[in-house]
Write a protein that binds this ligand. Structure first.
Ligand code: PDD
Length: 295
């Protein structure tokens, strides 16, 4: 087994190291993938859009009927302590906090048992942002049919479908797999997808097939700030393939230009295969938001 990092983590009330933390083999997270998670970016040791992440954590917990084991203040205090511990250990100022809540430990039975205590696991890692090369040239993506389950709105721990989808692009040396369900865009294996059409940013409507990334609302606000039209509507596969620009968004990618899709250059004219102007403006606006919206 490869050696595990000695970076800080939190497990059920105790601060420890990733290489030392242990959970029961009967934890329902291990047996069923029965739990949910969150990934919160940290800039300059401060948590970005924390309230929005807490609201989504609560939505996921409610949908799968797990009680929230902590108040937002308790979560904040735990996150901050981990951020501080990693900063002292590695000097990393920009980090990612991973939060996981499983239903808890019980004898294996599919029914949701009552009266068990959720398992809380948190860890923190240095942020690995896209490389300067990826920022400059954009990235390549592949496409696939969205063969995952129909509750992509839940930030579920059960990610086998997403893992299999991601591997399709990994096998082609690409960074993401963009998914279509019944001929329409849903999202990518671990990012949301945006199409630029005639200067407007288009995203898909909220539904049970798509995770509502924290960047949905953030990009709406950034578009408003910089004067880009923002619209959520069903997006046909053909619209993705003929997009002026194509973007990914996630906690780690922030916004990232897709410049190759299934080996074809994205976009038109002089900007074909290059990051476009809407990407550049949103990326700039995003950098400003990082300092203003972190706590
Ligand atoms: N992934 N869709 C899926 C399926 C995702 O897994 C993610 C995030 C997103 C974007 O959500 P957000 O903007 O809130 O990061 C969309 C995280 C980062 C992960 O699993 O590591």
């Amino acid at each position: 087994m490869p050696s595990l990092p000695d970076t800080p983590c939190y497990l059920d009330g105790e601060y420890t190291r990733v290489c030392d933390a242990k959970v029961s083999v009967l934890d329902r997270g291990f047996i069923f993938g029965d739990g949910i998670y969150e990934v919160v970016p940290v800039y300059g040791r401060r948590l970005f859009r924390f309230d929005e992440h807490m609201a989504r954590l609560q939505r996921s917990l409610t949908k799968v009927r797990i009680g929230n084991p902590h108040t937002p203040e308790d979560w904040l205090q735990r996150c901050r302590r981990l951020v501080q511990m990693l900063a002292e250990q590695t000097a990393a100022e920009d980090q990612l906090v991973y939060i996981q809540v499983t239903r808890g430990v019980a004898v294996r039975e599919h029914t949701m048992p009552s009266g068990i205590t959720p398992t809380v696991y948190m860890m923190v890692t240095p942020m690995k942002p896209p490389t300067p090369e990826q920022r400059h040239h954009g990235v390549a993506c592949m496409t696939a049919r969205d063969f995952r389950w129909e509750r992509g709105d839940i930030k579920s721990l059960s990610l086998l479908g997403n893992v299999m989808a991601r591997q399709i692009s990994a096998d082609h040396g690409a960074v993401e797999t963009i998914l279509f369900r019944d001929g329409f865009l849903t999202e990518a294996s671990s990012s949301n997808v945006w199409v630029v059409h005639e200067g407007a940013l288009l995203g898909v409507p909220k539904s049970e097939h798509v995770l509502e990334g924290i960047r949905f609302e953030l990009l709406r606000e950034l578009c408003e700030d910089v004067g880009i039209a923002y619209n959520l509507r069903p997006i046909a596969e053909a619209d993705v393939r003929s997009a002026d620009e194509l973007l990914l968004s996630s906690a780690t990618k922030e916004v990232l230009a897709v410049t190759q899709l299934d080996g074809e250059a994205v976009g038109h004219g002089a900007l074909r295969g290059k990051p476009g102007p809407v990407y550049s403006r949103l990326y700039e606006a995003y950098q400003r938001a990082k300092t203003l919206q972190s706590i």
